[in-house]
Design a protein around this ligand. Sequence first.
Ligand code: FAD
Ligand code: SF4
Length: 488
Amino acid sequence: MGKIGAFLEQKRSVPTEREPLERIKDYNEFKIPMSEEDIKLQASRCMDCGIPFCHSGVLLGGMAAGCPIHNLVPEFNDLIYRGAWEDAYKRLIATNNFPEFTGRVCPAPCEGSCTEGLNWESVTIKNNEYSIIEKAFLSGFVKKKVIKRTGKRVAVIGSGPSGLACADTLNGLGHEVSVFERADRVGGLLMYGIPNMKLDKNIVMRRINLMQEEGVKFFTNKEVGVDPSARDLLNEFDSVVLCCGATRPRDLKVDGRDLSGVYFAVDFLKANTKSLLDKDNSSLISAKDKSVVIIGGGDTGTDCVATSIRHGCRDVIQIEILPEPPKSRSQSNPWPEWPKVLKVDYGQEERIALFGTDPRIYLTTVTSFEPAEDKVSLGWVNTVKVKWDRDEKGNFIPRHVAGSEERLRADIVLIAMGFLGPEESIIRELSIEQDQRSNVKAQFGKFRTNVEKVFAAGDMRRGQSLVVWAIAEGRGVAKSVNEYLMTK
Ligand SMILES: Cc1cc2nc3c(=O)[nH]c(=O)nc-3n(C[C@H](O)[C@H](O)[C@H](O)COP(=O)(O)OP(=O)(O)OC[C@H]3O[C@@H](n4cnc5c(N)ncnc54)[C@H](O)[C@@H]3O)c2cc1C
Ligand code: SF4
């Protein structure tokens, strides 16, 4: 374990960040890495407690508590404390293919279930993970794997974190892996969803380049189902893994939806990253000098707030239909469950620094969009307050509060209301069964679909989720495919 009793004398401390008004001038990451000495002190706080929940990854209260990939947290904390960085790295990659992604973007359910968080301050697990992998890359601990080939060939469709984790694991086991991606760049939402400020795209490419060196083949601008067909891949490869994500965004079908200026959040974010990488603004959806209304108070909405501010918007607000979460855990949300508490994330911090207040307006929904004077572009968003009530079947539903209507100035609306499930062209082509939520039907742990040779993982199987779950699914499906290939 770390240092006995260190958690009693050493306070939790996380990396400092560049000041909001400074960092909004660029799209660079804004966390300032901690010194090695400070990271060791933080790792020393880990007690290696009798029953650690931090790596349990179980569902409690409908949310993951502990790490879904079961990172060996107490072990790597102890190794950091002792300065054994290379061993810490080996412990970390035993469970996680891509700690550089989770160390940056994971919401860290591990920290929500850390025993020290029960009545004190949890260990800085996520930053310790980040520090190990960055030190490993800098110190040359990350080496190209030497791989003995099996002669089996696998096609992975989709290159998000689930497809990448699957490809990396199968390649390490000796199978020849080809990844097909319809976008012009590899990475899925790591590349074209999560903004640069949270995950620099050079970090994504550092991993892709390594995977390429190790033998994984990537084919971009290849939309499976169009060219090549899914059936072609099925004929050509020993196994096919579907990792196409949950890419159908939830829409808001109210009057005025067709006005120009109403976009899906992912389209806005993708266009922004692409214009930065291509150094070409021709496809950018610009928020410069505009009033931006974001519908959805979640993390994607936050990414849109931060991106709009960097464009130089006139103002930006975020509309959320749910009530404001409590500032600390409610009695119905005890440790070690994921804490459902109010979070002031980077985008909100920046809005507060720039305009004085938090952008989020709670218990509010949109009733219609209204045109500007030209009749074709957006001018206004009409909203109403809601009150959550039960219907005759006992389900919670939002009821409009009479007299609470408002009209908000808006040049751009970004719909960040989540995703409905996977697109269906490959599913239909191969006659793959779907579950009640329209995801691909394949049991967790087995990941096999109803079609011989075809497996599924990630958001396409699980529904909209997190990077860490996508990695967990990618690793799991690889294990299942390997068993199938080696026993067939
Ligand atoms: C804006 C945004 C921000 C997010 N931020 C975070 C965060 O900070 N932390 C976090 O943990 N999670 C975050 N998430 C969620 C996380 O990104 C996803 O859960 C995760 O990426 C899912 O991984 P995946 O591999 O299943 O799918 P995806 O990442 O969606 O990748 C699927 C890939 O399949 C490709 N594809 C689809 N159809 C085809 C086809 N027919 N042929 C070829 N390729 C195809 C797509 O182009 C895409 O590249 C965010 C999501 C969004 C939308
Ligand atoms: S992957 Fe996420 S949940 Fe797991 S240890 Fe890292 S930060 Fe915690």
